[in-house]
Design a protein. Structure first.
Length: 88
């Protein structure tokens, strides 16, 4: 990856990019604000953070890697909602 592609060096006018990782967190890169449901800012000191998708992290809303032990599974792309989901 070249220096021009590093997330920390992106133009402030460029929007954040959120990438769902297969069986893992949502990775947020770029300038963003993280707020709770009441609008209070959640302090983050990095421009790239991983947000929990499995619900098991002890650092929620941030990811702590617990999804691996929990056996969390989810696709990286959008799920096809036109197909019926498998029986649980």
């Amino acid at each position: 990856m070249s220096d021009a592609e590093l997330p920390e060096q992106r133009d402030e006018a460029e929007p954040a990019v959120i990438t769902p990782y297969r069986d893992g967190p949502l990775l947020v890169r770029g300038p963003f604000r993280l707020v709770d449901q009441d609008g209070r800012e959640i302090e983050v000191s990095r421009r790239t953070v991983a947000l929990c998708r499995c619900g098991k992290s002890k650092l929620r809303p941030l990811c702590d890697g617990t999804h691996k032990q929990a056996g969390f599974t989810a696709p990286s792309g959008a799920e096809d909602r036109s197909r019926p989901s498998p029986a649980a």
